[in-house]
Each structure stands twice: as structure tokens, then as C-alpha cells.
Ligand binder design. Sequence first.
Ligand SMILES: [Zn+2]
Length: 132
Amino acid sequence: MKLNTVRKTLYKLYSEKLAQFRRIRDKSTGWFIYYWWHEFDLLEEILLEKKNLLQQKLRDRLEYEEKNYFFECEDCEENQIKYTFEEAFELNFRCPECGGELKALDNEETKNFLKERIISNKKISFSIDEQE
Ligand SMILES: [Zn+2]
């Protein structure tokens, strides 16, 4: 393994609280020696926390998609902006870029995508005991 790969991996594990280290100065060379050990006992807990966070984000986004109507300008093909009903209403349903009509957007696909992600996220299991 390359030294740089080892270093990067250790820092990554450390930043995710999965590794710890102790630093000691070598008296003869004056260099630091690092002793590393893993903290994988926390792995399940950390992964579960990440899973729950993602679940919450997906649910919030789905709720936002379900609670709002979205509008966009069909004439502005490049960098299409999604407007909420309130924004479109304020704009009199006119595109501020080209003056074209803002039309209701079907976000069914987005909602379905989010629902699928929520279900697949729910199914993820990190516990070794739960697996067959
Ligand atoms: Zn436009």
C-alpha cells in the first residue's frame, strides 16, 4: 500500500470517529510516531445515524414536493427554474426571463423516485445478526 493511501484512509476513519491515535516522539530521531487503533464498535451506530439522517432528508423533500405546486417556463429550455405556486403567483405566471407563460409542472416522477429511495433506505440493515 502507498503511504499516502494509508494516511488518507486513517484520516478519513478518524474524521468519521472510527479510528483513534496516540502520538509519541521518538527520542533518538525526534520524529513523531503514531499509534493507531480502530473504533469499529461504533460502526453500526454511526451507520444507523447516517441512515436515519438520510431518511429524514428524503421525507422532508417528499413532503415539500407533495405540499407544493411547481411551475416552470417551457420556453426557457436552458437552466429551467422551478417556481413554487407562491412565486409563480407573485410573477403573475409570467417567466421573468422571457415573459413566457409559467406552466404547472408534473412532479409525479420526482415523488415516485423519492418514495422508492425512502423504501430502499428503510430496508438497509447494518446489523450482522439480522442477516440470514
Ligand atoms: Zn422563460
